[in-house]
Write a protein that binds this ligand. Structure first.
Ligand SMILES: [Zn+2]
Length: 327
């Protein structure tokens, strides 16, 4: 037998609410102001004997009007359909900015540090969310920067431009540090990329001798390695965590627009230093993650940004990990 569910029309719903209010009029109303802020943005995930904590820096959106210029190969009809299928609110394609904390039991390693105030007031929540997760800035032993774009590295600095993390060693790929330090590259870079050079250099300068320029594939701690994820920037890194047979791949900026690029891996973003290479890398990593069923995490996936890649009839899809209380 079929049962149908019919939602009350708005007028009928308001009428029934008024009846409830009238019924309860003998008691004091519970006048609780509505919250304006989500619960703290941290979420823990266990990889064998290693703990990973996703940290939210905040949320942004790519405005709809900017999409044709932002994404190579963008097709308006396909883009509109993908946004509809993803239930994106009208006006833009949402993205999060996330960082990740890796706790090996003897070392605390932060992967990226968010945007601070560089990209508007909705970001810059990493220090607050670290605190909420019980971690002080001085507890961090090392920071791996996937790359030196502002949404990953501006959060390394105080508002005055000093080093925010008092003790951490900073690991950044040699190719990445060299590129953003090179005034010749700055001159040759396309105009939209030029404003990224100064802030990248400011981070390297603030940390001075605490910066360790590493190879693309470097062991950061037992079970924690960087790996080359080429295309987005000259030294773009991911971080791979392996322990007790479990794997976790934090892939940095493989995906900027979750609603679009899983289905269309060839839609590279205009900030990619090598869009063709970035597209090939995206397809290769999607294929590997789907085939090997690896848990992935991304800088710009919806928080907590941890889940699996699944094959779909149109490209790939993201299957977010379900909330787990016991770790
Ligand atoms: Zn980014």
């Amino acid at each position: 037998m079929h049962r149908t569910i019919s939602l009350p029309r708005r007028g009928a719903l308001l009428g029934s609410l008024a009846a409830v209010a009238a019924f309860g009029s003998g008691t004091a109303p519970a006048a609780v102001p509505l919250a304006t802020q989500q619960a703290p943005g941290f979420y823990r995930h266990r990889v064998g004997e290693i703990e990973v904590t996703a940290l939210l820096d905040g949320n942004l959106a790519f405005p709809d009007a900017a999409l044709p210029n932002l994404f190579r190969n963008y097709d308006a009809a396909i883009g509109t359909r993908l946004k509809t299928e993803a239930f994106n609110a009208p006006g833009g394609v949402p993205l999060a900015v996330n960082a990740f904390l890796v706790n090996t039991g003897t070392r605390l390693i932060l992967v990226d540090a968010g945007a601070a105030a560089a990209l508007g007031p909705n970001l810059g929540q990493i220090p607050r969310n670290l605190r909420a997760a019980g971690v002080a800035l001085e507890d961090i032993d090392a920071i791996v920067l996937t790359h030196l774009h502002r949404d990953h590295a501006a959060g390394m600095l105080t508002a005055e431009g000093a080093a925010l993390f008092p003790r951490a060693e900073v690991l950044v790929a040699e190719a990445e540090a060299a590129y953003w330090s090179d005034s010749g590259e700055e001159t040759r870079a396309p105009a939209p990329l030029r404003p990224f050079f100064g802030p990248a250099r400011a981070v390297l300068a603030a940390y001075g001798s605490r910066v360790r320029r590493i190879g693309l594939e470097t062991e950061v701690a037992p079970g924690v390695r960087t790996l080359a994820i080429p295309g987005h920037t000259p030294g773009h890194l991911g971080v791979h965590v392996a322990s007790g047979g479990a794997q976790f791949l934090m892939w940095g900026d493989v995906v900027h627009a979750q609603s679009l690029q899983f289905a269309r891996p060839d839609w590279s973003i205009s900030f990619d230093s090598d869009p063709d290479l970035a597209a090939r890398t995206r397809s290769r990593i999607f294929d590997m993650a789907a085939t090997d069923r690896i848990v992935v995490a991304g800088s710009h996936l919806a928080f907590p940004a941890i889940g699996h890649v699944a094959r779909r009839s149109e490209g790939y899809g993201f299957v977010p990990a379900m909330w787990r209380s016991p770790l």
